[in-house]
Design a protein around this ligand. Structure first.
Ligand SMILES: O=C1O[C@H]([C@@H](O)CO)C(O)=C1O
Length: 590
């Protein structure tokens, strides 16, 4: 069987396997030393293309003829320029640089209606931003359902010249994980906005680097299903990317999930992994046999090729947290040592933990702790915002709401409305800081109706803010789902996770010693998650569930701080809505 050549690239120096923790490396990383930083230029065209991500031809949103889009590779301290031309015939577009904090460039965050106007067909927009911290990141569309349409790619930031990672590895692989539907993103969007709602359902395929298999399986002979064995010559768009490795080496696997819906569990047959990075921050290394990756999260794991080199091994991703109707995504770890007649492993793929075994998920999540040298949280806070996540109806439409308000994005970007004090661009009323004391998170809501809202949580500049994310029962009985929440413009500390309704006493168990510093955190069914961040980045920032249909149904809020300190915002970012009108009138020039 011919399969696609691997994308391994030999990188870091030492041939010594294993881990060597040199914590001062983190200090160097966080002190942001950038010797010889560069500007990296990219010229991109976003377009629709015919493509076969899972061996079935559909339409994907690609960049420069590629799906997923090109990988951006830069060094900490570099400036990235992406000149993005919209070649979609009848649709706007924006791109969000997930995990990049956009300090000084809030207009480059790529969130439609929040940081900028959409880029119209035929227009070119220049994203310009600094990548200040080494790590594994990605980018994706942040307008409507464009992530589900396939608009995404990897963004990898290496340590600054002269700096070192706090671990050694001999080579690395990059795996961008996603889910794929045969129904178009437009039809999914219409379904979600219909009355009654038509839920898009579970994905048809899981993809690694944009490659999956729908009507055949790499492991067909191990399953009882009727699927046939895939046959590839290696040039197919859906042929898996084989990870070709040498025995007795250590590889860094960069993993990031840009799924629209699926929470994933990743495993590598016979091999353990050492988790070393989460969302662009180093973590205390710990060993796992399998790991959960929620949409919006990224990780690095170290893999030591210490197993029988005469064998090959499966790399699998499986759906968690929702009853799976999607086959495992598979590729192969291929030891290059011995000549082999087939690439297919002789053993069946790893069996994923049961989809609703949340004990297993929590065990993994709570093992993630910051490596020494990571910034520590302030020990006190100025403000606590409790956000209750509920599924609701508004006039018969199914929505998600936060403290009973379902987010609708206005036509004027918040950044422009706030910068130019345009008061009628969004709801002037302050969104609620809390939810009723007697709300029972274990049952469906007694009043299932909510309202639309577009208000902003205005944060005092440089203050410390705590957010308690509170999960609850959805509309159906005995149903509460996983929601990974992503914050733009900041990393936050995850101070704690808990079951049921949050109460003030739970604060006694907050972790102030080594809380993980991240940009995405999960709330488990019927549980809460406590976060802390410092509002030190002038701009308007989305904070939302990273499940794309959920955001589309209103599951998000907007924070803003220090907007008066935002420097020049390129006019092109704001030439729509009321800021567009203002520019046409020639007043309020920046
Ligand atoms: O938002 C959602 O809606 C459906 C279901 O609750 C109603 O069909 C689902 O599984 C979600 O995650």
């Amino acid at each position: 069987m011919g399969l696609r050549p691997s994308s391994s690239s030999s990188s870091s120096s030492s041939s010594r396997a294993g881990l060597l923790i040199i914590w001062w490396c983190c200090l160097i990383q966080y002190s942001n030393m950038a010797l010889g930083s560069k500007t990296r230029h990219f010229k991109w065209e976003v377009e629709y293309m015919y493509w076969s991500p899972d061996c079935v031809e559909h339409v994907v949103m690609g960049i420069n003829g590629q799906f997923p889009g090109p990988t951006i590779r830069a060094r900490a301290g570099d400036t990235v320029h992406v000149e993005l031309t919209n070649k979609l015939p009848t649709e706007g577009v924006v791109i969000h640089w997930h995990g990049i904090r956009q300090q000084g460039t809030p207009w480059a965050d790529g969130t439609a209606s929040i940081s900028q106007c959409v880029i119209n067909p035929g227009e070119t927009f220049l994203y310009r931003f600094k990548v200040d911290k080494a790590g594994t990141y990605f980018y994706h569309g942040h307008y409507g359902m464009q992530r589900s349409a396939g608009l995404y790619g990897s963004l990898i930031v290496d340590v600054a010249e002269g700096a070192k990672e706090p671990f050694h590895y001999d080579g690395e692989f990059n795996l961008l994980l996603s889910d794929w539907w045969h129904q178009s993103a437009h039809e999914q969007e219409l379904g979600l906005s219909s009355k009654p709602m038509r839920w898009p359902g579970e994905p048809q395929s899981l993809l690694m680097n944009g490659r999956g298999q729908y009507n055949c399986s790499l492991a067909a002979h191990f399953t009882n299903s009727s699927s046939t064995q895939c046959k590839f010559n290696g040039t197919e768009q859906c042929a898996p990317e084989i990870l070709r490795v040498m025995p007795k080496k250590t590889y860094r696997l960069r993993l990031a999930s840009t799924t629209a819906l699926a929470s994933l569990n990743l495993a590598i047959g016979n091999h353990k992994m050492v988790v070393v990075e989460a969302d662009g921050n180093y973590v205390q290394p710990f060993v796992v046999e399998d790991m959960d990756i929620y949409s919006g999260e990224s990780y690095s794991v170290l893999l030591t090729t210490d197993q029988d080199p005469s064998q090959n091994y499966w790399v699998s991703i499986s759906v968690r947290g929702r009853k799976p109707q999607t086959p495992q995504g598979l590729t192969i770890l291929h030891y290059l040592h011995h000549p082999k007649t087939t690439l297919i492993p002789t053993r069946p793929p790893p069996v994923a933990p049961l989809w609703n075994n949340y004990t297993h998920s929590k065990l993994f999540t709570t093992k993630i702790l910051a490596l020494m040298g990571t910034p520590r949280p302030p020990t006190t806070t100025h403000r606590r915002i409790a956000l209750l996540n509920t599924q609701n109806y508004i006039d018969g439409y199914t929505k998600w709401a936060i403290n009973n308000l379902s987010l609708v994005l206005p036509s004027t970007p918040y950044l422009g409305a706030l910068k130019y004090s345009i008061n009628n661009a969004f709801d002037g009323e302050k969104p609620p800081e809390n939810f009723p004391m007697d709300y029972n998170v274990m049952n469906p809501a007694t009043n299932q109706n909510s309202s639309y809202g577009s208000g902003v949580y205005m944060l005092d500049f440089n203050t410390t803010v705590d957010v308690i994310l509170q999960n609850a029962n959805a509309l159906a009985e005995n149903t509460s789902e996983i929601h990974p929440w992503h914050l733009h413009g900041h990393d936050f500390w995850v101070l704690g996770y808990g079951e049921g309704r949050f109460s003030d006493q739970k604060e006694n168990n907050f972790n102030f010693r080594n809380p993980p510093f991240r940009n995405t955190a999960v709330i488990f069914p019927y549980g809460w998650t406590a976060l802390r961040f410092v509002a030190d980045n002038p701009g308007a920032w989305a904070f939302h569930c990273h499940i794309e249909p959920h955001l589309h149904m209103g599951m998000g809020v907007v924070f803003a701080e220090g907007v008066h300190l935002v420097g020049k915002v390129p006019h092109e970012a704001l030439t729509c809505g009321l800021t567009g009108k203002m520019f046409m009138g020639g007043n309020g020039k920046p």
